[in-house]
Design a protein around this ligand. Structure first.
Ligand code: SAH
Ligand code: AVI
Length: 342
């Protein structure tokens, strides 16, 4: 998930990410003229993309949502105890906030919930439903790219904060980007804050590959929606039938890769650029890294966090990590015998 957009937008209540179509156009052209061709998975999520993702979560093959929901339901009380009284819960990539509801029901004294998501229209709609269902909690949605600096609403600046990052969305970053994201989240949450992160685990290749190649073709439609979006927002005329969804587990990199493969040699015209495809050439649209409990722990430690608890399901398919920020080591006094001379 390379952060290519350079603009910073914080929108507490509106449904627009200003400047987003200009950066979408620039990122699409940069990605399709690069070798190999690539697009950031953050662009999957327009309204239609968010709705397709919701359908993915219900597929029999897509185990992550069901498994993580099971873990969160079992651990809801433990999670509630980790969140300080009167705190704001900040969620990165909130989607439908379905899993968050488990936490909101259990956390009686929460002052505010801040869902942060790039899918502005879907976010605004979900916030409306949450307001009706949890009238005592301030709902303060922020439409923003969470991989870029963004501002929290003024109402939560003085509150203690806790972070929630479920769904294994962290797996859509390159590991070094995931580490940078965790450091960024630490700054957003503030000193001593807890961050709860859902992480998908390495498992049987067949189980992994079926989860991204469902029989109903919903994941294929989710992937192809990216081209639909390029057509409708950037005025391209891509023939969707000339591309095919490909997803496979790259064992060496421990990641599912999703691609859109061109079924023929073809030329696309976009923003004055001609983009040529060989037959079989692909656009790399997503990585979904699969970790072990230990490898994710090492990544979190590298970002300055301590893994204070890890919960998994009986099959060890998915993990939920409780991370807290490690105290900064006290600055060491220079030893006179090692003082530089001259
Ligand atoms: N947390 C939910 C949804 C996960 S799907 C769950 O666990 O089911 C990933 C979510 O992250 C989507 O809602 C998508 O719109 C959002 N998202 C992806 N990339 C993003 C980015 N760069 N900035 C903000 N939100 C992003
Ligand atoms: C949001 N993210 C964690 C999902 C995943 O599994 O990597 C997105 C997704 N892509 C295909 N199916 C689901």
């Amino acid at each position: 998930m390379t952060a290519l957009a350079r603009h910073v937008t914080t929108v507490a209540e509106s449904t627009e990410l200003s400047g987003s179509s200009a950066s979408f156009a620039a990122d699409v052209i940069a990605g399709l003229t690069a070798t190999p061709k690539r697009l950031s998975p953050k662009y999957f999520y327009d309204r239609a993309g968010s709705e397709l993702f919701e359908r993915i979560t219900e597929l029999p093959e897509y185990y992550p949502t069901r498994t993580e929901t099971g873990i969160l339901t079992e651990r809801a009380r433990d999670i509630a105890k980790l969140i300080p009284e009167g705190a704001a819960l900040i969620e990165f990539g909130s989607g439908s906030s379905t899993k968050t509801r488990i936490v909101l029901h259990e956390t009686k004294s929460l002052a505010a919930y801040v869902p942060v998501d790039i899918s502005a229209e879907f976010l605004s709609q979900q916030a409306g439903t949450l307001r009706a269902d949890f009238p005592k909690i301030k709902m303060l949605p922020v439409a923003a790219d969470f991989s870029e600096p963004f501002e929290l609403p003024g109402a939560v600046q003085q509150l203690p904060r806790a972070g929630f990052f479920p769904g294994s969305t962290i797996g859509n970053f390159e590991p070094h980007e995931a580490c940078a994201f965790l450091r960024h989240a630490a700054r957003v949450l503030g000193h001593g804050a807890v961050l709860i992160v859902g992480v998908d685990l390495v498992k049987d290749t067949g189980v992994l590959q079926r989860a991204y190649n469902d029989k109903q073709g919903v994941t294929a439609a989710f992937n192809l929606n990216l081209l639909k979006r390029i057509n409708s927002e950037l005025g391209a005329k891509i023939d969707l039938d000339s591309f095919e969804h490909h997803a496979f587990f790259n064992r060496e990199r421990s990641r599912i890769e999703m691609h859109l493969a061109s079924l023929k040699r073809q030329r696309l015209k976009l923003g004055g650029e001609c983009i040529d495809f060989r037959a079989g050439e692909t656009i790399h649209t997503e990585n979904s890294y699969k970790y072990t409990v230990e490898s994710f722990g090492a990544l979190a430690r590298g970002a300055g966090f301590v893994q204070t608890a890890v919960w998994t399901d009986a099959r060890s398919y998915f993990s939920v990590h409780v991370l807290t920020l490690r105290e900064e080591p006290a600055p060491t006094r220079p030893r006179p015998d090692l003082a530089a001379v001259g």
